[in-house]
Write a protein that binds this ligand. Sequence first.
Ligand SMILES: [Zn+2]
Length: 131
Amino acid sequence: MINFLCPHCQGHLRVSNSIIFLTKTTKGKSGLVLISPELGDYSVKMHPTYNNFEEGEVVNFICPICYENLDAEEFDKNLAKIVMQEEDGKESTIVFSKIVGEKCTYQITEGNIKSYGNNLHGYDSTFGDIF
Ligand SMILES: [Zn+2]
């Protein structure tokens, strides 16, 4: 199984077939969100009472184990990050958008970057400087 870890406490965020996040919107709503571990799959599960986001709303992702904010501010204020650990032990950083409706994910391994989703242009320059 591919594991997903919090970059702060190394806690396991994946349970069964979901990555679990505590989230809080900039409008002050908070709730649990389950995201598919498949990179590029943007299906999200949450309680129906929480599922009333507006397109473009910013959602902060928080580790449900240590409560650290998962912001990837070194890349962009609108991106969050977690660690992906493959079966062979290889680790990469997964960076994704915090903006509702913006489907973009980056997989960063040493010297290499792969992108997923269809909303990638906004962050190209962010990563252009790194590699
Ligand atoms: Zn944590």
